[in-house]
Design a protein around this ligand. Structure first.
Ligand code: MG
Length: 498
């Protein structure tokens, strides 16, 4: 035997090593074989008590109940802020919305939106080679430079902001047609396909079809990309008022229009899950379902239910911020597990980053924690006593949850002033004030028994936490600026126009 075979072997070994290194380097931009696809379904203003698996008895949600039975259900999951745009900014970036200077619900022609430099879940996935899409409501800036196709989504079909921001808003239609206030009101609601408007004026009849349209598009996208990892975000505009439902679901719940709308959402989730399962993708797809904030209680029979939790949308009480959360990933997440550890929408980006191998690919400073261990093992002690902040308005620190405790800081909030509205018209709110209050959410999730006086030692534990949030994120209620806030994105005029 001469030395040539050895040389061949050495050459082969070197080539194999090079090929392996090459694959490894590709892995930083290409999804690996175990990278899961992600389906993130967000509903709008659905209450904590609106699903059967969270106690609803007036209507049924069999598809979401099945999803929970085959996966995990969180009892103490929170929206980062109880209003549309702020909530969505947190969901997509892993940051408290006030860190990004996103507050409230942005209106048409908003001058601000999510800064294009912030990293969204879509960008995180896209950088790993995922196909990405959003079918539904964006609400993070409607200027051309702030639309979802500029924030990591390959495809978008949907509306730029809430479905009540149109000339038929109840506050506008009650005004005389020729009044200046009505003329200055909302412009027609457009439907977008990617960066272009494909329907400049969505009609009430067309609103009835939006849930089906977005479900159809999500199913088609999943089928088209079944051979390759994908991220599809489905932010349904429903059950935000004005309520609309497909003719197929009218009068199906026996519980009025709101119940019918929930029936259609539930069936739509069922269609998406069925498509994933029929394509054999269940074991490599993480499906997440949650809501952007609690029910808009002033709309009465057109609002959801909190399951008894205090107050609703637009407040930092549990009824405003606690949301249903169901996730399934066949074979990876335990089936039928109920998890009571507090978690928040800010956790979704770092969690998805961990699952797809993209840790650290996001902005240098985010607020959420990785829930991957919590979701796969059903517990993660490192998260048990974590502090979660509830800001509202521009930058008011209204409450903080830590473990079983929730500290409510003195602030003004809205509550119903008498009867709620009916059949699409809102009832009035009034402003009232809270004191410095402490609730034990383990024994008192309804926030009915203020135990601040009985637990000075707990109040003392909160003090350094409050200082940490105020120093970093500021607090208008105590007139603090905060050093860690970043700028919102600014709308840029389209070239050739003013
Ligand atoms: Mg909402």
């Amino acid at each position: 035997m001469n030395g040539v075979p050895h040389l061949q072997y050495i050459l082969l070994a070197v080539l194999a090593t090079l090929a392996s290194a090459c694959r490894a380097s590709q892995d930083t931009s290409e999804p690996g074989p175990s990278s899961p696809s992600i389906v993130l379904i967000l509903v709008d203003d659905m209450g904590y008590g609106d699903l059967s698996c969270y106690g609803q008895s007036r209507w049924k949600t069999p598809n979401l109940d099945r999803l929970a039975a085959a996966g995990v259900r969180l009892t103490d999951f929170y929206s980062a802020q109880a209003v549309c745009s702020a909530s969505r900014a947190a969901l997509l970036t892993g940051c408290y919305p006030n860190r990004l200077h996103i507050a409230g619900a942005l209106g048409p022609r908003s001058k601000v939106g999510l800064h294009p430099d912030e990293t969204t879940i879509a960008e995180l996935c896209k950088a790993r080679g995922y196909a990405t899409a959003i079918y539904g409501k964006w609400h993070l800036g409607d200027a051309p430079n702030l639309l979802p196709t500029r924030q990591g989504f390959d495809e978008w079909c949907g509306i730029p902001y809430s479905n009540d921001m149109w000339p038929l808003h109840p506050d506008l239609v009650r005004l005389p047609p020729e009044s200046d206030a009505r003329k200055r009101g909302y412009p027609p609601l457009p439907l977008y396909e990617n960066g272009a408007i494909i329907d400049p004026e969505i009609t009430p009849d067309e609103q009835k079809g939006l849930t089906k349209l977005f479900t159809d598009r999500a199913c088609a996208f999943i089928e088209k990309h079944s051979e390759h990892p994908f991220f599809v975000y489905v932010p349904f505009p429903m059950p935000h008022v004005p309520l609309f439902v497909s003719p197929q679901f009218e009068y199906t719940s026996g519980a009025g229009l709101y119940g019918d709308v929930i029936q259609e959402i539930d069936a739509s989730v069922g269609r998406i899950v069925e498509r994933i399962d029929s394509l054999g993708l269940g074991a490599r797809t993480l499906i997440i379902f949650t809501s952007d904030n609690g029910p808009w209680l002033s709309y009465g029979n057109h609002a959801g239910t909190t399951g008894g939790l205090r107050e609703g949308k637009g407040t930092s009480w549990e009824g405003g911020v606690r949301a249903p959360f169901v996730a399934r990933w066949t074979g990876r997440l335990p089936a039928g597990k109920v998890i009571r550890t507090p978690a928040m929408t800010i956790d979704l980006l770092p969690t998805i980053a961990a699952f797809i191998g993209a840790e650290g690919d996001h902005a240098p400073r985010i607020d959420g924690s990785d829930l991957s261990r919590l979701l796969t093992d059903g517990a993660d002690p490192s998260l048990d006593d974590r502090a979660l902040a509830f800001y509202y308005n521009a930058n008011d620190l209204e409450a903080v949850r830590m473990g079983q405790w929730k500290l409510v800081l003195p602030h003004q909030y809205r509550t119903l002033a008498g009867d709620a509205g009916k059949d699409g018209s809102p009832g009035p709110y009034k402003q009232v004030r809270s004191g410095l209050e402490l609730y034990d959410l383990l024994t008192d999730p309804l926030e009915s028994d203020d135990v601040a006086d009985a637990h000075p030692e707990v109040l003392a534990r909160f003090q350094p936490v409050l200082e940490r949030f105020r120093a970093d994120l500021g607090d208008d209620l105590t007139k603090r600026q905060g050093s860690g806030r970043r700028e919102a994105g600014r709308s840029q005029p389209v070239e050739g126009t003013k």
